[in-house]
Ligand binder design. Structure first.
Ligand code: G6P
Length: 372
């Protein structure tokens, strides 16, 4: 047993449980929303003021789990900051003929800061004249931090498990801060709203701790999943990228084929696959889309599909035949993706353990993809 693991069986499990600490460290010293937060913690003075004041749109570039963090951020940036945002897979963007738009802030997201495609996509954007660049990165000494004008260095700490967990939730926290900083510069954030958002962010570590306490319930779900070969994840809006991330985690480490769909697309294809042999995980926060999501769940049940629902604290979804429910401890509004992803990380982890895979080093995958 590796001493560094402490009471945990794998690094991935340890890293999942480190998330309250990782979030607290990432947000440490954030007293208010100021552009300087993105001046590489004060190293590059006041560049962020100029950049944010001229930002008209955001282009996010990333790979893997970091790309899904970008997909969540798009909802925040458009809804809260009113900034048009696109998110692109770095390996697609770098080879696509695209039209650079003036006023674009290029945001790269990367745990390692060394992913070859993300670095190449950044350089491609720069060569097209998009020189306002910011990275959200977990490694302060990485090429990504060196090559971007602005940086927010997350403090998740070293991540060893190939499947990213604490890097993802800290990226989301940094992206939410970016959203608030842009919202403030655009005059869309009142002092009361700023205070309210900061309160919610400060409470995140405690809220996440409460979600980790759901582990025994998630293990019961994992016992069902371990015997399956396919799984479907559904989400809508802000939580569609969380469904994507849940499916990615499950396929990466348990080798179960998993796909995610925006729930509204069910009837355009995946409904044909629904049988009792394919569990359907549904991320169901109590938001404006909940009623629509409930009718999507009906569509699954009517075809004999078995649902595993992550319901919010205040939603009225109760367990019944073919409908398993885990209730989140509290409703968390805009920041809820940071909490909803945690039971999905645990589900993938425990399913993989039951299947006896090499959780920290899944076959054919690397932690950092530094070659194309
Ligand atoms: C690999 C890792 C993933 C990670 C992706 C992007 O595929 O296994 O966990 O999300 O690379 O890596 P980055 O370091 O750029 O976030």
């Amino acid at each position: 047993q590796d001493v560094a693991l402490g009471p945990y069986r794998h690094y991935m499990q340890k890293e999942i449980f480190e998330q309250p600490r990782a979030l607290a460290d990432t947000l440490e010293g954030v007293e208010g929303i100021v552009p300087e937060l993105f001046d590489d913690h004060g190293v590059r003075s006041r560049a962020a003021w100029r950049v944010f004041d001229t930002t008209q749109r955001v282009l996010i570039l990333a790979c893997g789990t970091s790309y899904y963090a970008g997909c969540v951020a798009r909802y925040w940036l458009e809804a809260i900051a009113g900034v048009p945002t696109t998110v692109e897979i770095a390996s697609e963007y770098r080879y696509r003929t695209s039209v650079p738009e003036p006023g674009t802030l290029v945001v790269t997201i990367s745990q390692s800061g060394e992913t070859a495609d993300t670095l190449a996509a950044l350089r491609h954007a720069q060569a097209l004249g998009l020189t306002d660049t910011l990275t959200i990165c977990n490694v302060a000494t990485s090429a990504m931090v060196r090559e971007c004008e602005l940086a927010y260095v997350t403090r998740a700490g070293v991540e060893i498990g190939v499947a990213s967990t604490k890097a993802f939730t800290t990226q989301l926290a940094a992206l939410f801060l970016l959203t608030l900083a842009l919202a403030q510069r655009k005059g869309r954030l009142s002092p009361e709203q700023e205070a309210q958002h900061l309160r919610a962010m400060r409470h995140l570590p405690a809220a996440l701790q409460a979600v980790l306490a759901l582990e025994p319930q998630v293990i019961r779900w994992a016992e069902d999943f371990a015997a399956k070969e396919h799984a479907l994840f559904l989400g809508r809006g802000l939580h569609y990228p969380i469904a994507l991330e849940g499916a990615l985690k499950l396929k990466e480490i348990s080798y179960i084929h998993a796909e995610a769909y925006p729930a509204g697309e069910l009837k355009h294809g995946p409904l044909a696959l629904v049988t009792s042999a394919m569990p359907v995980v549904t991320v169901a926060p109590n938001d404006a889309l909940l009623e629509k999501l409930k009718s999507n769940m009906q569509e699954v049940r009517a075809r004999g599909g078995v649902l595993y629902v992550l319901a919010d604290a205040d939603t009225h979804i109760t367990a019944s035949e073919g409908l398993h429910v885990i209730r989140m401890p509290e409703h968390y509004g805009a920041l809820s993706p940071i909490l909803h992803v945690v039971p999905l990380q645990l589900l993938a982890y425990h399913t993989a353990c039951l299947r006896g895979t090499d959780v920290d080093k899944p076959r054919n995958l690397a932690k950092s993809v530094t070659v194309e």
